[in-house]
Design a protein around this ligand. Structure first.
Ligand code: NAD
Length: 271
């Protein structure tokens, strides 16, 4: 499926760590749809070297940036405009990490330095990206910024720890900055609330693998794959969704509005 719907558009895609990453699929599809873009990730993630393969196959340049650093994000937007030859039309923020989750620290006993890091990396980094871009006037009118969220922003998911708080903050930034950037420059900002997906970030969460099957059996369409998430991102970068902004958009096969499925009831009854 390729209709050149991003032809002539310039973008920045963050968060492609390996071929399972949602951002990796977005980059492949954005390339297929005619966009040009830079790739970025934290310097430490780039050391793994996987991203070079993606850069080659999508003919893009890699610009390292720790998304918690305003200085590094400034360089990212400066260099991206130089490399791509003009202002940016779309940005993918696909960044999340919780040191508390990595170290198996439960929600009711959080390490507060780690908590601050989780919020900085997974939520505040979106604010920083947007503030840098707005100050530099680096995004074209009707440009589109997409970030990735999870339904734990709205409901309690015990295994999701402090990432739930980070996602709630992320979605709030989508609304608040969406207002300001929309008013000032007609730039639109949305979050996609994605199904559980087997990636490094997803699989790093204890209990997530078990939950994957449950979510799949609740959702009428099944869990949404990383690939289909990428398709949704592309549609939001395109001109077909120009009036969509400040939204949290569920991309979950119907999970978020299903109470219970017959499969789950039958499995329970069989016990
Ligand atoms: N996998 C899932 O089940 C799922 C579900 C809903 C939402 N999401 C969200 O999707 C996004 C992408 O995650 P993914 O599942 O593709 O996993 P992933 O591990 O492939 O991607 C996470 C990325 O964040 C990057 N990152 C971490 N710290 C950073 C920093 N300081 N600066 C810049 N980049 C940094 C990592 O290097 C990595 O590339 C995340 O926001 C995640 O929370 C994932």
């Amino acid at each position: 499926m390729s209709n050149n719907i991003l032809k002539g558009k310039r973008g920045i895609i963050s968060g492609a760590l390996d071929s399972n990453s949602i951002a990796w699929k977005v980059a492949e599809k954005a390339h297929a749809e005619g966009a040009i873009f830079t790739l970025t990730n934290a310097p430490i993630a780039l050391r793994m070297g996987e991203i070079k393969k993606l850069a080659e196959s999508t003919k893009s340049e890699v610009i390292p940036a720790d998304a918690t650093s305003v200085d590094e994000l400034t360089v990212l937007f400066q260099k991206s405009q130089e490399v791509l030859g003009g202002k940016i039309d779309f940005v993918l923020h696909s960044i999340g990490m919780s040191p508390n989750i990595r170290k198996n620290i439960p929600y009711d006993a959080l390490n507060y330095d780690f908590y601050a890091k989780s919020l900085d990396i997974s939520a505040m980094s979106l604010h920083k990206m947007l503030a840098v871009a707005k100050k530099m006037d680096a995004i074209n009118e009707w440009g589109s910024v997409v970030t990735l969220s999870y339904i734990a922003a709205q409901r309690a998911y015990p295994f999701y720890g402090d990432m739930a708080d980070a996602k709630a903050m992320l979605e709030s930034i989508v609304r608040s900055f969406g207002y300001h950037y929309g008013k000032a420059k007609k730039v639109r900002i949305n979050s996609i609330s994605q199904s559980p997906t087997k990636t490094t970030a997803g699989s790093g969460i204890k209990g997530f693998e078990d939950f994957y099957g449950y979510a799949d059996s609740i959702s009428p369409l099944g869990n949404a794959s990383a690939e289909s998430c990428a398709d949704y991102c592309i549609s939001l970068f395109s001109d077909y969704t120009k009036m969509v902004t400040m939204q949290n958009l569920y991309h979950d096969g119907g999970y978020s509005t299903t109470g219970v499925s017959m499969e789950v009831m039958e499995a329970k009854a069989a016990k």
